[in-house]
Design a protein around this ligand. Structure first.
Ligand SMILES: C[S@@+](CC[C@H](N)C(=O)[O-])C[C@H]1O[C@@H](n2cnc3c(N)ncnc32)[C@H](O)[C@@H]1O
Length: 674
């Protein structure tokens, strides 16, 4: 079988991997598949006792994961995928199913039960084909299968077990080990597909795609398909009875047969085909048992409970824009919401500038300490015209930043809305005022030269700030105390708002010392020491930054945070078990990124960690728009997807252990040096 032509059948389709596993991501992207990662929210809590065989449990979990994402995306991401791939890997030994260990003791229990024995690794895979019909209902078609691989562990001494557990690798891995990294040392032999043990049976997946897309050439009927698959030493519970809906009819040699009702309780393994059709219809519809169709309660245009609760903003939290279906008929009017969307985009710069100006003029600070002032009183305090202040306050109220109270015979009184109270006053715990000022003074001027930036493919710092600069930090941000302080304030405010999500993204209990490279004011370092009581963090940044960092320290500064001044391209890096790179790599050219990564790799011994925090672009680079818009400022660096970062780090000897999309501005990835 030629692999690429099968994978290439998916070109141009929106393929989604419903899994956050960096190992699956790497296997599929190495195979040349282009896809987006949308981790499933389905909790792996199915009652294992309900399943006759362990693989049924893995397949059912894979199905639930894929279907959850397929159903969620049209609402939350405002786009319908073509194909969603779900997978679940379990390890079975002595009749027990082992999933991911919850803590070190659990990992010990699992690994000692595997010591000296052969066990089975099952990966259940579900492929959901989504077909959006003209009335915008979505039909789902499901194909699933599983793969089994036998693995034998050597006898593991207590020492070896604990050393492995303390490496941190067992967490988040089925059975408590990762065969592709340190865990490979525990394995005596593998019978079957190695990648299946890593987390995804690529070979079986390609064969399944081949069956689906080339039914005539790969295997012309159901029986031969089953035989062929069993000859490959695997089992299949699924034969596609109908090609994906978007394939031409002539490619459909098979009759559509009734498919199993979509729940594992009703599925009878001997008779159930695992090719299911699942339909979305409006609430109040009934299950039509004769057609074996699961009637779902989700629909884009129906008022079922879930749909009713969902408002569709122009941007999703990941910043993707809903695809439009704008009518081209000259006589009809454009849809109101489409017109509003485009107007919102046109007005975006006005809204940003109103926020920047009100923040700069301390409107939110004033109204936080003295709520209830009218426009004339605010104007007097901020030393501005009454007319201008009235306009600014009204605009801010319309944007949801201020609340205005009408008073009989008096001008309206203003106070901060909840959103403003949380983020806009200087003293708010999550104040973004520093970052807002940076956007106003340093980003806005660059964007006013966007056309030149696009034409030249180069940053416009010279036009915007009148300076040529080789090093953005040393030459632009740090050549005056005022600009440096503003930049540090910006980094500080954003790190305070996002730092906790990054600091708590992974179990870091196996690391004792960390070094935050380019750690600026230390805001992130303090979040790390708060979240990890056993961790000390050294902040490493340029001397000019470190000398001003003291004014940003919290009142009760934690003595586990220390500062070292230096240049991470030239100087020796402080020794640590874990290096942190937060919002650093995207700013630098490939050449500088390589220099920095090689210095980190040299400083790391095997088992050391590298925690990378950036905005991770979707794999197909369709979002999030925050990352893509940031790239428009044309710094020397670039924005990357999780896979791109993963491959970059792999070239320096790091394997990606975990990836987290935190949904809180910054994503994170934990890599281990091997
Ligand atoms: C975009 S900021 C990120 C700050 C911080 N990591 C965060 O997430 O808030 C980049 C940081 O890298 C630091 N930096 C730039 N060049 C450096 C160098 N050559 N050596 C050490 N630090 C440097 C800057 O001073 C700045 O604090």
């Amino acid at each position: 079988m030629v692999l690429n032509p099968v994978i290439s059948k998916l070109t141009g389709k929106l393929v989604v991997l419903a899994s956050a596993s960096p190992r699956r991501l790497e296997i599929l992207s190495n195979a040349g598949l282009r896809f987006e990662v949308v981790p499933s929210w389905f909790k792996e809590t199915l009652d294992k006792g309900l399943f006759k065989a362990p693989h049924e449990y893995a397949v059912e979990t894979a199905k639930q994961k894929a279907l959850e994402v397929a159903r969620r995306m049209p609402f939350k991401h405002l786009k319908t995928p073509d194909i969603v791939i779900g997978a679940d890997t379990i390890v079975t030994v002595d009749g027990m199913i082992l999933e991911k260990p919850v803590d070190k003791d659990d990992a010990y229990r699992m690994l000692s039960s595997l010591s000296g024995k052969e066990h089975s690794v099952f990966t259940g895979v579900a492929i959901v084909f989504c077909h959006e019909k003209e009335n915008q209902e979505v039909d789902y078609q499901l194909v699933d299968f599983y793969e089994e691989t036998k693995v034998k562990f050597a006898d593991l001494s207590e020492n070896m077990l604990w050393e492995y557990i303390n490496s941190g690798e067992p967490m988040d891995k089925a059975g408590g080990y990762g065969i592709q990294a340190l865990g490979g040392m525990l394995v005596e032999y593998v019978h079957g597909d190695f990648l299946n043990v890593v987390g995804f049976p690529l070979n079986h997946f390609c064969k399944q795609l081949d069956l689906i897309y080339n039914p005539c050439t790969s295997s012309s009927d159901q029986e031969s398909a089953s035989v062929w698959l069993s000859h490959n030493g695997t089992h299949t519970t699924s034969i596609l009875t109908q090609p994906p809906p978007n394939l031409p009819a002539k490619h459909n040699p098979r009759q559509k047969i009734p498919s199993a009702n979509y729940t594992h309780h009703t599925q009878n393994s001997s008779s159930a085909s695992s090719a299911h059709n699942v339909k979305r219809k409006g609430s109040g519809s009934k299950v039509d048992e004769s057609s074996w169709t699961l009637v779902n309660s989700l629909s884009k245009h129906t008022s079922d409970e879930e749909a009713e609760n969902i408002t569709l903003p122009p941007m999703t939290s990941r910043g993707q824009v809903k695809e439009l279906n704008v009518t081209e008929n000259e006589n009809s009017e454009p849809k109101k919401e489409d017109l509003q969307r485009i107007i919102d985009l046109m007005d975006g710069f006005r809204a940003s500038k109103a926020l920047f100006t009100a923040s700069k003029m301390c409107v939110f600070d004033l109204l936080q300490s003295r709520p209830g002032l009218d426009a004339a009183q605010v104007a007097q305090e901020i030393k501005a015209s009454v007319k201008g202040t009235e306009c600014l306050l009204e605009a801010c109220a319309s944007l949801g930043l201020l609340k205005s109270k009408e008073r009989t015979c008096q001008k309206p009184a203003y106070e901060n809305a909840d959103l403003a109270t949380c983020f806009l006053p200087t003293d708010a715990p999550f104040s973004l005022r520093g970052y807002i000022q940076h956007c106003n003074e340093s980003v806005w001027p660059l964007f006013s030269h966007l056309e030149s930036a696009v034409r030249e493919g180069a940053n416009q710092r010279e036009k915007a700030f009148g300076k040529t600069s080789k090093d953005m930090f040393q030459d632009t941000f740090y050549d005056s105390q005022e600009v440096k302080l503003r930049f540090m304030n910006a980094m500080h405010s954003i790190a305070k708002a996002t730092g906790k999500s990054v600091a708590t993204a992974f179990d870091l209990s196996s690391f004792k010392t960390a070094c935050d490279l380019g750690g600026c004011t230390g805001a992130l370092a303090y979040e790390f020491t708060k979240a990890h009581p056993g961790l000390s963090v050294t902040v490493f940044d340029l001397p000019t930054v470190v000398e001003m960092s003291e004014q940003f320290h919290p009142l009760r500064a934690d003595n586990r945070v220390s500062f070292v001044a230096g240049d991470f391209f030239k100087d020796e890096l402080p020794k640590a078990d874990l290096y942190i790179l937060a919002r650093v790599l995207h700013d630098w050219s490939d050449e500088n990124v390589q220099i920095l990564l090689s210095k980190i790799a040299d400083a790391c011994t095997p088992g050391c960690g590298l925690l990378l925090s950036e905005i991770f672009l979707d794999e197909d680079r369709s979002g999030p728009s925050r990352g893509l818009l940031q790239a428009l400022s044309m710094s020397e660096g670039k924005q990357r997807s999780a896979t791109e970062y993963s491959l970059l780090l792999k070239s320096r000897g790091f394997i990606t252990a975990h990836v987290r999309h935190t949904e809180n501005l910054l994503d994170a990835m934990l890599c281990i040096k091997v």
